[in-house]
Design a protein around this ligand. Structure first.
Ligand code: ADP
Ligand code: TRP
Length: 320
């Protein structure tokens, strides 16, 4: 089974990315041949700062490795290193009906957020289809917001197969359950676009500051605190043992303790949970050559996997 997924380097990984995507992606490396890439070509639709794009791309790679991605088991690479992807994207775009892309929610959502209506933003799902179809991917684990892009990918693959014969394998999506999205510091879903993130590997002081700034209601210290919808508990659930979590919940319900106290416990929980990964991160980051080597080897392997698929396609459509 070949598992493929990508993450855009639009910022540094945060707790939502880790518990919502990175953790399960890393676990999946035991279940099949995993290919994970940093979607820097996709990020060009929104990131205009070259240094930030380069920096974030590298930091995401380091974070994945620090969190347990094993380059012997999973292939980690930069999207832009696989030079056949833009070619494939172009070929796919020639059979993609405009209406298919016009129906995509993510394009409309991005315009509503004030993003510039570029051709790249519009054709983003075609580039994503190229990412997926290039490697004969079987399974694509993504969040619910990407489900429609998977459907577009399958539609495009079917279209090519109808026109030219059996070229592409049809990928299956693996949609994550997002009923338990990780809350951000304002209680809404943690997301770079809401400015409410807690990055994975903050230094101690900035991490403490972010956690102490989590928004809470004005329930007096002595009163019971609402458990439902609490950002503190919503994050703590992921980093604490079940007994520590149950203790905090009991203390919420009992009253007599203030939010400051709970935030201190949350800070300690997050700090401890990531301690071994933080140590590993320091080790990896101290050897920039190792990260380059892993990304280059990943790109080599991904290129090898894509080569026969591209050959098959080019022959069938009349190129070469
Ligand atoms: P952001 O919303 O911060 O821009 P992305 O859209 O780049 O994050 O998400 C990258 C991955 O992390 C996706 O697979 C997404 O489903 C997951 N993810 C992001 N935020 C959360 C969250 N708060 N809870 C759970 N998963 C999340
Ligand atoms: N569009 C995805 C996101 O924003 C990232 C991505 C690009 C991706 N290409 C992909 C995910 C291919 C899975 C497969 O999160």
């Amino acid at each position: 089974m070949r598992i493929l997924s990508g993450i855009q380097p639009t910022g540094l990984p945060h707790l939502g990315n880790y518990f919502g995507m990175m953790k399960s992606a890393i676990e999946l490396q035991e279940k099949g041949e995993a290919l994970y890439f940093i979607a820097d070509l996709h990020a060009l639709t929104t990131v205009r700062d070259a240094e930030a794009l380069r920096h974030n791309t590298r930091e995401i790679a380091i974070d994945f490795l620090a969190c347990g991605l094993d380059p012997k088991k999973a292939c980690l690479f930069r999207q832009s290193d696989i030079t056949c992807i833009p070619e494939l994207s172009w070929i796919l775009s020639t059979v993609t009906p405009m209406g298919l892309l016009e129906r995509c929610h993510s394009y409309k959502d991005k315009l509503a957020k004030g993003l510039h209506a570029s051709l790249g933003l519009f054709s983003y799902p075609v580039l994503m289809a190229a990412d997926i179809l290039a490697y004969d991917s079987d399974v694509v684990p993504v969040g619910r917001d990407q489900k429609q892009h998977l459907e577009v990918t399958r539609d495009i693959a079917v279209k090519i197969n109808e026109l030219y014969g059996d070229i592409f394998k049809l990928p299956q999506s693996m949609i994550r359950d997002e009923s338990a999205a990780i809350p951000g510091t304002d209680g809404a879903k943690m997301s770079k676009s809401y400015g409410n993130t807690v990055e994975l590997f903050l230094e101690e002081a900035p991490l403490r500051k972010k956690i102490m700034a989590i928004q809470t209601d004005s329930t007096p210290v002595e009163s019971p605190k609402p458990v439902e919808g609490s950002a503190i508990l919503g994050i703590y659930r992921h980093v604490a043992s079940s007994t520590d979590y149950a203790d905090m919940e009991t203390d919420f319900l009992a009253g007599g303790k203030g939010y400051g106290d709970f935030k201190k416990r949350l800070f300690a929980g997050v700090w401890e949970y990531f301690a071994p990964m933080r140590a590993e991160r320091v080790r990896i980051a101290s050897d920039p050559g190792e990260v380059d080597h892993i990304l280059n080897e990943g790109a080599k392997r991904a290129t090898e996997i894509a080569a026969p698929v591209m050959d098959r396609l080019r022959k069938a459509i009349g190129l070469r």
